[in-house]
Design a protein around this ligand. Structure first.
Ligand SMILES: [Zn+2]
Length: 286
């Protein structure tokens, strides 16, 4: 079987502040609607999902909700409103956004060209709720990439790559992407990304996203394997959201993780050097 590319949408956090509500704008289009326990699920009629497809999507989304929401203290009683689009062109036509996926935090809305997009749902769970939102995109995209597991995605089917709960980017794990960048001397200096978004936005997303995802996964352990570190990460990003400089982010990092940020970079690069992507495929897809 040819392993094709898992296309994870290029996504950014988006906070709606003024103008019309996305909810009301999108409600004017024609949608098929399903109710899941924690999601109000809309999909374009042209997608033509079968009952079994719907069931599978609901299972994946609810699995992810159960796995991740409590850990992040997600206490919003509202359902997540999910819009599944046929294509990026349709996202642009109906929502006016030229992206594969997006989350509108204040309205608990996910827009995606994927039937079950864990990356976007992860933004809803993990983004600090305090405003203004000042946390660097590096930390927010890093934790969303942490959850970008191929096995949670629909409708990639045979493109699900590997079973292990590890983030993927364009057909390889985040670690394999970062290892390649390291070998090609293209791995960015993370220090310039941990406060503010200028450098993160300047970088090619094929560099910034997998690098952030790989580093965060290294820092806190794959798929909640080290729950204490995940809790620390949550504490860290809530505090770092108030930081006013790179130095203050570093000092919050030291306070929460009890180690210097620079030390973790050394450990991460050593880890990448020894990364063996082939081992990911030792567990067969079901
Ligand atoms: Zn994202």
């Amino acid at each position: 079987m040819i392993k094709r590319i898992l296309l994870i949408g290029l996504t950014f956090i988006f906070s709606l502040s003024i103008g019309c509500s996305y909810r009301s704008a999108l409600s004017k289009a024609d949608w098929e609607t399903e109710g899941f326990e924690h999601y109000e699920y809309h999909y374009q009629q042209t997608i033509q999902l079968s009952g079994r497809d719907i069931e599978e999507i609901g299972d994946r989304l609810e699995y992810f909700y159960d796995f991740a929401s409590d850990v992040w203290g997600f206490g919003d009683d509202r359902k997540i409103t999910y819009y599944y689009f046929t294509s990026r062109d349709e996202v642009k036509r109906l929502a006016g956004i030229d992206m594969n996926g997006k989350v509108i935090l204040e309205e608990n809305i996910v827009l995606s060209i994927h039937g079950s997009d864990a990356h976007e749902v992860a933004h809803i769970f993990t983004t600090p709720t305090e405003r203004p939102l000042r946390l660097a995109n590096f930390w927010m995209e890093g934790i969303a990439m942490y959850y970008t597991w191929p096995k949670l995605y629909y409708s990639e089917g045979e493109e699900r790559l590997y079973e292990r709960p590890l983030g993927a980017w364009h057909g390889c794990s985040v670690h394999q992407n970062a290892k390649k960048l390291l070998e090609e001397k293209k791995l960015p200096k993370l220090e310039s990304l941990i406060y503010g978004n200028e450098d993160f936005g300047y970088l090619d997303s094929d560099i910034s996203y997998p690098a952030a995802g790989s580093y965060v996964t290294f820092l806190i352990g794959e798929a909640h394997s080290d729950l204490e570190s995940v809790t620390k990460y949550r504490e860290f990003i809530n505090k770092a959201n108030k930081a006013d400089s790179t130095e203050s982010v570093k000092s919050i990092f030291l306070e929460v993780f009890d180690t210097k940020f620079e030390n973790t970079i050394i450990g991460w690069k050593e880890f990448l050097s020894g990364w063996d992507e082939e081992k990911l495929y030792e567990v067969k897809l079901k």
